[in-house]
Ligand binder design. Structure first.
Ligand code: DGT
Ligand code: CA
Ligand code: CA
Length: 579
């Protein structure tokens, strides 16, 4: 251990003692020792070697003994003892910049918070601001630091939108080098998981060492974690949005299929494939198949060949989770997954009548440009005051404007709709008489999200039983890094939705992706219809549809499961529109 490590351990000890509420003099002694050690000109291990450790100012016999323990063992007994008593999550909370032991203790004692996730959740639910010496501003700062910490921390995960953006940026940089033939994305990012731990990339090149040095030398590389002749791991930094780990493997093109298959995962899927290979007398690795009898190897240039050699139909990356896809492939029952081209419209869009940024006509033009056959304008209802929800009077003016604009466009159908609040008692924010006048009604929870399981379930069930509701938007309410899903009886919600022929939404916002993949799969298995919507508030948000499609594909959904894959006539029939 060098001086800075020893000093850090003393600082940490002071923090732990302070968290525990121990004698302030003891805390101060450790802090002073840490400060003094940092100021030393000579390394402690040198001084220890020469036998003059006791010469350091401000270090008494007891601390000297602990320094010796650290030099010999890398830790000291008293520290181990205290650290054992404090949950790991609380140590992480104290690591968040701006949060000290006193605050961590307050969160723990008053709210039982013992993890960074728990802290984020509490701040998102505005429970922090109610604590002594806290307020909305402090809460906002804590939330921001905690989310940033989650992103930086190796255990934190990143949204697919952020990871994809970074991966594309790096891919482009690597592809600009003439000695790199190709770069492909693998890992959970290729499987389109809603969050990813890191980015896994494969570069094809005949000069791997050159690639490794180019990769580790890129401008935004914050740290190099591992380098080898054919691989490297780095931390890549994107100033405002945090940083992300990237694993790179460099290979010859002959191995690309085998390597891509292996590195795409998932681990569970790979383990299952390896078992199938063994049954056929082959071992399977990232370099291909090896015949266990003859030791002869076959590598696959194309990923399809790996599956073909195992006697399997090609399995799309999104469903490689060992959740039945291998069996389905063996029996020729793989689902035909929904594709971008299958989407014929977007049924959840906000205009500047409520909290969107652009007018209805601009939205219509953008939708026409995308080749959509229909869209629904679904602004907020009165209760969502902060989103400028429409009063009944404004809603009717809004419908009128939609009708006028429709006159000008004959290649797209503009449905008049609402994203109507589900009030705390399950009633809708507009009367039935008003809802009846609209082409489409999306129901959603926005306020009062802290209900218990029974009440929240009852609230949503009541909305699903309203005859005018067509779609339940963002059904579980979760937002990454902000809010956990509501405590809900999902089975009950699915059953009621099915009985009442309602569709459930996959909200494509990368912060929501709600329903998620697992619930989407379950919804399909329950015979439910899904709407993949963007909840766009700007024109750029239209692009988020891709993230929603990813979730649908991970949930095994095909075009037949999705109402906005229907043609316009079929959709109008489904919605009960007869005009
Ligand atoms: P992540 O990064 O946590 O979002 O998830 P992945 O799936 O990207 O996991 P990662 O980055 O640890 O590894 C990338 C791929 O490498 C993984 O999807 C499958 C493969 N892999 C990793 N560890 C193992 C293993 O122990 N056995 C097998 N068969 N494959 C593995
Ligand atoms: Ca990964
Ligand atoms: Ca990885």
């Amino acid at each position: 251990m060098d001086n800075s490590q020893i000093a850090d351990m003393f600082s940490r000890m002071a923090m732990l003692l302070e968290f525990k509420g121990e004698d302030p003099f003891k805390v101060k002694a450790y802090n002073n020792a840490a400060r003094n050690i940092k100021r030393l000109d000579e390394e402690l291990f040198h001084m220890y070697g020469k036998g003059n450790i006791e010469d350091i100012n401000g270090i008494g016999k007891a601390l000297e003994d602990k320094i010796i323990q650290m030099l010999e063992k890398g830790t000291f007994k008293a520290y181990e003892k205290v650290a054992e008593e404090i949950p790991e999550g609380i140590m992480e909370i104290m690591d968040i910049p701006g949060i000290g032991p006193k605050q961590a203790r307050l969160f723990y004692e008053k709210l039982g918070i013992s993890s960074v996730d728990g802290l984020v959740k509490a701040a998102g639910e505005h429970r922090i601001r109610k604590l002594p010496r806290m307020g909305p501003k402090q809460e906002e700062n804590i939330l921001r630091s905690a989310i940033r910490y989650q992103q930086h921390n190796s255990r934190g995960r990143h949204t697919i939108a952020f990871a994809m953006k970074m991966a594309e940026e790096i891919r482009e940089a690597l592809c600009s080098a003439e000695f790199i033939e190709n770069v492909v994305i693998a890992g959970s990012l290729r499987r389109k998981k809603e969050t990813v731990g890191d980015i896994d990339l494969i570069a094809v090149s005949s000069d791997p060492e050159k690639v490794v040095s180019f990769f580790t030398g890129m401008e935004k590389v914050e740290d190099v974690l591992v380098t080898g002749t054919h691989k490297a791991s780095i931390i890549y930094s994107c100033n405002t949005m945090g940083s992300i780990n990237i694993d790179l493997r460099v290979i010859d093109g002959h191995f690309l299929g085998s390597m891509l298959q292996y590195l795409t995962g998932s681990k569970e899927h790979n383990i299952h494939l390896r078992k199938l290979a063994l049954l056929k007398g082959y071992s399977l690795s990232e370099y291909g198949f090896t015949d266990q009898g003859t030791d002869k190897s076959v590598s696959c240039k194309r990923e399809e060949d790996v599956y073909r050699l195992l006697g399997l139909e090609y399995i799309p990356a999104e469903i490689r989770e060992d959740l039945g896809e291998i069996e389905a492939s063996q029996s020729g029952n793989l689902p035909a997954l929904v594709k971008k081209e299958d989407i014929r419209g977007d049924l959840h869009i906000h205009s500047n009548w409520s909290d969107g940024t652009v007018g209805i006509e601009n939205i219509v033009q953008a939708a026409v440009q995308r080749g959509y056959e229909y869209i629904a304008i679904t602004d907020h209802s009165p209760s969502t005051v902060i989103a400028n929800g429409l009063s009944e009077k404004r809603l009717f003016e809004h419908v009128n404007e939609i009708r006028c604009i429709q006159e000008e466009y004959d290649n797209i159908r503009i449905l008049s709709g609402t994203e109507c609040d589900i009030l705390a008692d399950g009633k809708l924010d507009y009367s039935n008489g008003v809802l009846e006048e609209l082409d489409i009604v999306i129901a959603a929870v926005h306020a009062g999200q802290n209900l218990n399981r029974e009440k929240m379930t009852r609230r949503i069930v009541a909305a699903l039983e309203n005859e005018h509701v067509d779609i339940l938007a963002h059904p579980t309410g979760r937002k990454f890094g902000r809010r956990a899903a509501y405590d809900l009886d999902v089975d009950k919600i699915f059953a009621v939705a099915k009985d009442n022929e309602k569709a459930l939404e996959i909200n494509s916002s990368p912060w929501r992706l709600d329903l998620n993949d697992i619930n989407a799969k379950k919804a399909k298995e329950n015979g439910l219809k899904i709407a993949i919507n963007t909840d766009a508030h700007t024109i750029e948000h239209f692009d988020n549809i891709g993230f929603g499609i990813d979730v649908a594909r991970r949930g095994w959904l095909g075009p037949d499961d999705i109402i906005n894959c229907m043609g316009m006539k079929e959709l109008c029939t489904w919605l009960g529109i007869h005009k």
